[in-house]
Design a protein around this ligand. Structure first.
Ligand SMILES: Cc1cc2nc3c(=O)[nH]c(=O)nc-3n(C[C@H](O)[C@H](O)[C@H](O)COP(=O)(O)OP(=O)(O)OC[C@H]3O[C@@H](n4cnc5c(N)ncnc54)[C@H](O)[C@@H]3O)c2cc1C
Length: 400
């Protein structure tokens, strides 16, 4: 097939890899530039909702046994149920339970395996961008250059491409941090996950699958001072917070090897009105970084890449006006969805961890004795996310 044009992607995280695979499927000549000498997952644990699972399949990634599907419920720290996360029945049937848990590297390996030789260019730290109207010139720290018809910034929270387009913009420190770990064993995958809160802290676990092993990932999330040093003993810190949570949670922390534990401060950005300029656009965290409360930042970045390739394939990239309109169409399609997810995740973190102490008993009264959490987190959020499956179907019907 003759190339439909040259697409350069900066950053080989889930967003960049998905954009690269989707654009390649559409017949573009794709280069995926990663600054490091290897593709390195930022973090260990991950959950993926059904829409990104579906897209991975469509862009040629082997999703067989990629993760452990499970049912999720929200609980109070003492085990009192607050909400079930309800996915549509047909989704549960098709995806064996819906939401899957996995190790991040498991996803990266599968995406890398789907790439044709020559697509991934390691050790290419993008340092300069020049949109020349008819094309875009990229310059890298290693002295190399590349000319593309369209450039996609998939370079994460501290995106260089975003800064080039829109200047320095503040990062929103959520004054939260998360310590997460995992453990694996041989046998049958567990099928139930629990997201539990006490007045100040979240302690949660979900089943995972990685290669031929199964197990659990867990995380502890709490308010923090972003300027304070991290706790020196992460496992000890997590165990201390989990003392009034379930025995399962405490047992998982106790059995986790220290090398399987990491900590992240939680940061995002206020959603911006415009992502693209000229022949350059953004996907994933470069466009809309998201708190892990949504468990959907990587999922949305994978969706971005798929829908962007679909819009680009509909135009002639040699026509600058048409290329710009395609990038605009892509972001108009993605903004309402991603803004809602980013802001809801931010507000959920605030409600659970930054409520003034006097109001917390009232909040918990509502969470424990009204259908509020079931409606918002149990029903509306998964429904909103699964509506992306309809959008994928509609895209497929128009040649996606
Ligand atoms: C604790 C935690 C838990 C999370 N849990 C989930 C979850 O359960 N489910 C989920 O869907 N999401 C989750 N997320 C969010 C998810 O990790 C991110 O949204 C996702 O990694 C974003 O993917 P990305 O490809 O946009 O960016 P990134 O993963 O940040 O990748 C960016 C890539 O660009 C490269 N790069 C940067 N600058 C340059 C440059 N100048 N030149 C070349 N390359 C460059 C980087 O090296 C990196 O490889 C979680 C996040 C955190 C912090």
């Amino acid at each position: 097939m003759a190339s439909k044009g040259r697409i350069a992607i900066v950053g080989a995280g889930p967003g960049g890899m998905a954009a690269a695979l989707a654009a390649h499927k559409k017949g573009f000549e794709v280069r995926l530039f990663e600054r490091y000498p290897e593709v390195k997952p930022a973090g260990n644990i991950l959950n993926l909702w059904p829409p990104p699972q579906q897209i991975l399949k469509l862009i040629g990634v082997d999703t067989g046994n990629l993760g452990a599907p499970c049912a999720i419920r929200f609980e109070r720290h003492d085990g009192r149920k607050r909400a079930d996360v309800v996915l549509p029945e047909e989704v549960v049937r098709e995806y064996g339970g819906g939401f899957i848990g996995l190790i991040r590297w498991g996803l990266y390996k599968r995406m890398l395996a789907a790439m044709p030789a020559g697509m991934l260019q390691l050790d290419h730290d993008c340092q300069a961008i020049e949109d020349r109207g008819r094309d875009v010139l990229l310059r890298f720290r290693n002295g190399r250059e590349y000319v593309a018809d369209v450039v996609i910034g998939a370079d994460g929270l501290n995106s260089f491409v975003r800064r080039h387009l829109w200047g320095d913009e503040p990062i929103r420190h959520q004054r939260l941090h998360l310590v997460g770990g995992y453990l694996l064993w041989d046998g049958e995958a567990p099928t139930e996950g629990v997201i539990a809160h006490d007045r100040t802290t979240q302690c949660s676990y979900t089943p995972i699958r990685h290669d031929d092993k199964v197990g659990y990932e867990w995380w502890v999330l709490e308010a923090c001072d972003p300027d304070a040093p991290p706790p020196p003993d992460l496992l000890g810190w997590a165990a201390e917070r989990a003392t009034n949570f379930s025995p399962t949670m405490r047992d998982l922390i106790a059995r986790t090897p220290p090398e399987h534990v990491q900590r992240w401060p939680i940061r995002d950005r206020v959603p911006r009105d415009q992502w693209s300029k000229g022949r350059i656009t953004l996907v994933g965290d470069a466009a809309h970084p998201t708190s892990p409360y949504a468990a959907y930042g990587a999922g949305m970045s994978i969706e971005d890449g798929y829908f962007l390739a679909h819009e680009l394939a509909a135009v002639d990239l040699a026509d600058t006006g048409a290329a710009r309109r395609a990038l605009q169409a892509y972001e108009e399609r993605r903004k309402p969805h991603t803004v809602r997810v980013v802001q809801e995740a931010y507000m959920t973190g605030k409600a659970f961890h930054h409520m003034p102490a006097l109001l917390r008993p009232l909040r918990d009264l509502v969470y424990d004795h009204t259908p509020f959490l079931q409606k918002v987190i149990g029903n509306d959020t998964p429904q909103h996310i699964c509506a992306q499956l309809d959008e994928i179907r509609a895209t497929l019907a128009t040649g996606g």
